[in-house]
Design a protein around this ligand. Structure first.
Ligand code: ADP
Ligand code: ADP
Ligand code: MG
Length: 465
């Protein structure tokens, strides 16, 4: 086992990983930007090193700075968390070349799954259903021909896309040219790669993803699914496990597909296969996230498995000490992402100083955050400041517990999306578990549509105008 791990991240996920290390008796090294000097992960870690200015490209994305910090402190492994360098194949390769263990899959697997077009082809070969789509299209005319073959509406998607970017909805051929150009430009600036492909636009659809854990010895387990259809700007807002709308035969088929896919790519460590499911019981592979997921917490709550600890054990060479038959899902868990954002101003990110913080408690209530009283949230990073997670025996009870916990949560100093989360939890369609990825649009109406700043939803708005 490692004696020292460097955490190449910030915010709540850095805190989450430091906690796991402490419980495992592993020393921790935090890296931080100049704007994060007062951040909680810095004070919780055993050692900390400043790696550059506030902008992520100069600090958290500066691979040389991160690797130097590991070398200087003698850290044997790096946990990348989510976002930032977590899906950067080059970084994984550099770690290996520097004799530092990257806690995640191999650089080759990251590269193969990070290219969505290549990932689709890998899944087809593995016999996993994919959304009807095309190979890479290099011109507008080729895109039109492929879209005509697949049938409108379609999505133009960036091969290197992530975080909901580089996606455009095209309802008819006349919109293709503009969608193609804007998606290519967005992808080029965000990912340095303008490669695009076409996918059938599925609607209504549910976003259901499968959590897997794979050790180096070839053992694969699936810890069940997460339902992530509550999204705004293609970003998840609330997640739950198990999904309220998945039949047992469909769940079993998806678990089987996820395990088959993981084995086909020779996957190692924790990973997530994202699927879209329609109302006829079909499901299609959408993409694989080769890292820890924000919403891994709901899976932990219902499976009793600490996913971060297993990431570390697997990276150190340990075998899984349980098999698929030992995976027992108990209860219903819900996570609400708490974002610092202003509901009165188009949900734009808001940051400030925490004047008062009261966190909810009680059995099976978990609040993962990096906030503390008098802490000033820097304006440079993600707007997510915490995740509230609850578990109960029934879904109805879990919803009530979440509402009570949200009401108890007090963050004074800047506005958050707590009220919006309460609105979601109070909605009849949500209570019935009967919702698709268009849920937020229906809940917030035209207001919600205006809130979409980019990508899919904005294109959809244009498409229907
Ligand atoms: P999850 O499926 O785990 O919810 P998200 O898509 O929300 O994943 O991304 C996890 C984190 O990484 C978020 O903080 C998100 O803002 C960030 N992120 C994901 N993809 C990108 C990207 N391409 N560029 C910048 N940030 C990203
Ligand atoms: P990212 O890498 O940005 O997370 P995804 O491919 O996972 O991109 O898509 C993000 C979201 O966009 C999905 O969760 C889903 O809501 C929607 N989406 C993606 N592909 C399709 C599709 N073919 N049909 C309908 N919705 C889709
Ligand atoms: Mg995705």
């Amino acid at each position: 086992m490692f004696s020292k791990i460097l955490i190449a991240n910030r915010g709540e996920v850095a805190v989450r990983i430091i906690r796991a290390c402490k419980e495992m008796g592993i020393n921790t090294v935090a890296v931080f930007s100049e704007a994060d000097r007062e951040s909680l992960h810095v004070s919780l870690a055993d050692e900390s090193i400043c790696i550059g200015p506030a902008q992520v490209k100069d600090s958290y994305l500066n691979m040389t700075a991160v690797l130097s910090a590991a070398a200087v402190t003698g850290a044997q492994a790096i946990h990348p968390g989510y976002g930032l360098l977590s899906e950067n194949a080059r970084f994984a390769r550099l770690c290996k070349e520097s004799n530092i263990t990257f806690i995640g899959p191999s650089a080759d697997v990251i590269a193969r799954m990070g290219d969505k077009d290549q990932a689709r082809r890998t899944m087809i070969e593995a016999g996993v259903p994919v959304i009807p789509g095309s190979d890479i299209v290099t011109s507008v005319s080729q895109a039109k021909a492929e879209a005509a073959r697949i049938g409108y509406p379609v999505l133009v998607k960036a091969r290197s896309g992530g975080g909901g970017r580089g996606i455009r909805l095209v309802s008819a051929e006349a919109q293709m040219e503009q969608a193609f150009q804007t998606a290519a430009a967005e992808a080029a600036s965000a990912f340095g790669d303008s490669g695009l492909y076409i996918e059938k636009y599925l609607k209504p659809a549910k976003h259901i993803e499968m959590q897997i854990l794979c050790d180096r010895q070839g053992n694969v387990v699936c810890l069940g699914e997460r339902e992530c259809s509550v999204q705004r700007k293609n970003q998840k807002l609330l997640e739950e496990s198990p999904s309220p709308s998945l039949s047992q035969p469909m769940r079993e088929a998806m678990i089987e597909a996820a395990i088959r896919a993981a084995k086909a790519v020779g996957y190692e460590n924790a990973g997530t296969l994202e699927f879209l499911a329609d109302r006829q019981g079909n499901f299609y592979f959408m993409e694989m996230n080769t890292r820890l997921q924000v919403e891994h917490t709901v899976t932990e709550m219902v499976s009793g498995v600490d996913i971060v600890k297993w990431q570390i054990r697997i990276a150190a060479g340990a075998s899984l000490d349980f098999g698929q038959k030992d995976v027992v899902i108990r209860g219903k868990a819900i996570e609400c992402r708490i974002n610092a954002e202003d509901p009165d101003h188009d949900c734009r990110p808001s940051a400030g100083t925490v004047k008062l913080l009261h966190t909810p408690g009680g059995p099976w209530v978990r609040f993962d955050t990096f906030l503390y009283q008098e802490y000033t949230v820097p304006p440079f990073y993600d707007s997510m400041v915490g995740k509230l997670i609850v578990k109960a025996n029934s879904r109805e009870e879990a919803i009530r517990k979440m509402k009570a916990s949200l009401c108890e949560l007090v963050i004074e100093g800047f506005p958050t999306n707590s009220e919006l989360q309460l609105k979601i939890l109070s909605d009849a369609r949500f209570a019935a578990g009967d919702y698709d990825t268009d849920f937020m649009e229906q809940l917030t109406g035209s207001e919600g549509r205006q809130a979409h700043g980019h990508g899919l939803a904005q294109a959809e708005k244009g498409g229907q105008a």
